[in-house]
Ligand binder design. Sequence first.
Ligand code: ACO
Length: 184
Amino acid sequence: MEFPFNINHLFSERFSILDKTLVAGRIFLCPKTIFQPGYEQRICALCPQAQKLTTPVTSATKMQSQHHQLYLMKDGESRGAIVGFLKVGYKKLFLLDPQGLHVEAEPLCVLDFFITENLQRHGHGLELFHFMLQKMEPALMAYDRPSPKLLSFLAKHYRLTQSVPQVRFVDFLVSVDDHDSQIH
Ligand code: ACO
């Protein structure tokens, strides 16, 4: 599925970060501009369809009330098409460690990750994930109900193969060797 609209007039850079202030880079974008009904539906609603979800992955209201960051990646061409997006946020969680003990943690969570279907497996996911990581280690993050594609992606690019299944909400992926440094 492609995003059939041009976002060049909203986002000048290849990567844009939207947070609760709805500020992308140095350009202030008021909710009405970015998330006017059409855009909210387009940016958010196209993706659940492709991921077979029933509800939008985010909305202006959610972005403003929650401490989430939405990373948008667009193509480098005049088409200004969205290549994909990645939504992350810190969440206070009670996680099970590999020994089955509960630990309280507030990891950065990958909440939604999507690359336009016909552009998948071309390295765009890695490019976007890499841009988001900057100072963060993938092994220190939690992954909300990771799909088989995401598990394969993490195994391939970051050698994250050991997951600790959680009672609900997340699978906390840890590499066994680094386990102690990852739970805080
Ligand atoms: N089947 C299995 N593994 C896949 C697939 C697939 N169809 N697509 C990508 N991958 C994994 C593989 O490890 C692949 O390596 P390979 O081609 O050598 O097998 C690797 O990702 C490719 O890396 P990139 O090209 O950098 O990844 P891509 O641009 O495809 O982005 C992503 C990865 C975001 C998972 C993308 O495939 C996608 O949008 N998938 C559909 C939506 C999805 O599953 N999102 C994760 C939901 S869970 C969550 O958000 C917490």
